[in-house]
Write a new protein. Structure first.
Length: 327
């Protein structure tokens, strides 16, 4: 009898331990691998939603052509999905005008995985996260932060907006939709904690982190110091292969052999700002001020990334390899 009670109690603790032990606040998704060699091809675009203007439609057209050539599995959006002020609500026609009616090529009829940018936070964030948009266009999937596994790759999508101090201290410039983010300190510390744990536990061959704001960038916004201080140490500690972002309206590759590579794909529409900040030329492999996008081709031993301009010309390409690392 006593033995039985003891057994039940320990079983209960064991269950609680396993349930809480496996609890992570970061939503996890799997994207199935469909190619027989297990490889994965994706496109990355950022800073795009302008109802086709500022060459958004031309970029979309080329994405369609490249998407077909590479037989892409899905598309990643690095944020600033809808200008200037995100979506007003679930019925905002900008969703169709800037997304559904623009990325119409058959090869782009794939799942899109999106994070939010600062301009998205100036509108109704909950609308972009809503399943109502997914009902209108099945491709749409947007979350603040989440983990996507696909074969040998794990993508860690991070909401970088709450890290940026000035959005909180200079609110006169714009209003931001911080519902479900405040209190800010707790949001950030929970996110960093969950992310650190998830990347540490990951057994994926390749680990990519995706966010809107740049960590290393020569673009006009400059480095996001809050991310350098708080996110970069996690990328370094767990040897994350790529950090991919938008925010600066350019195409950029910054990296040192054997370390995390920093890729910016923020050329989805308005570009040509004419501002480039100084950066060590040994690290700066590409800086292109104009419109375009990026592709990634991932195999077990190699990641190849290619940058394209508005006419589909290849501006730059580079690769990482698991044995010798970069180039
Ligand atoms: C569109 O792209 C072309 C080619 O890069 C460029 O000359 C033109 O200025 C771009 N238009 C806008 C509005 O950025």
């Amino acid at each position: 009898m006593k033995m039985g009670v003891w057994f039940n109690v320990s079983l209960m603790f064991l269950c609680i331990f396993f349930i809480t032990g496996s609890l992570s606040k970061l939503e996890r998704l799997k994207h199935p691998v469909t190619k027989s060699d297990g490889s994965l091809s994706i496109l990355v675009v950022g800073d795009w939603g302008r109802k086709g203007q500022f060459n958004q439609s031309r970029v979309a057209h080329q994405m369609g052509i490249v998407g077909e050539q590479l037989d892409i599995d899905f598309v990643v959006s690095v944020g600033d999905n809808f200008y200037d002020d995100g979506l007003k609500g679930e019925t905002d026609p900008s969703f169709e005008a800037s997304f559904s009616h623009i990325y119409t090529h058959p090869s782009l009829q794939k799942q899109w995985y999106a994070v939010l940018g600062n301009h998205d936070y100036r509108g109704n964030v909950e609308a972009q996260l809503s399943h109502v948009l997914t009902q209108k266009d099945w491709r749409w999937f947007c979350r603040r932060s989440f983990i996507l596994s696909s074969g040998m790759v794990e993508f860690f999508f991070v909401d970088t907006n709450p890290f940026v101090e000035k959005y909180f201290t200079e609110p006169k410039d714009h209003t931001y939709d911080w519902r479900n983010v405040l209190p800010r300190d707790r949001y950030i510390s929970n996110l960093l904690h969950d992310l650190d744990r998830a990347i540490k536990k990951s057994r994926a061959t390749w680990k990519f982190v995706v966010g809107h704001h740049g960590i290393k960038t020569a673009g006009e916004h400059g480095v996001t110091q809050e991310l350098v201080d708080q996110l970069l140490p996690i990328l370094k500690e767990h040897k994350v292969d790529l950090y991919i972002n938008g925010h600066d309206h350019c195409l950029q590759h910054i990296g040192t052999k054997g370390e995390t590579q920093f890729l910016t794909s923020g050329g989805g529409s308005k570009a040509w700002r004419g501002t480039v900040l100084p950066w060590d030329p040994k690290e700066l492999k590409l800086y292109y001020d104009g419109q375009g996008f990026m592709s990634l081709h991932i195999t077990r031993s190699k990641v190849n990334f290619i940058y394209y301009d508005v006419s589909g010309n290849v501006l730059h390409q580079s690769s990482l390899s698991k044995r010798s690392h970069l180039f």
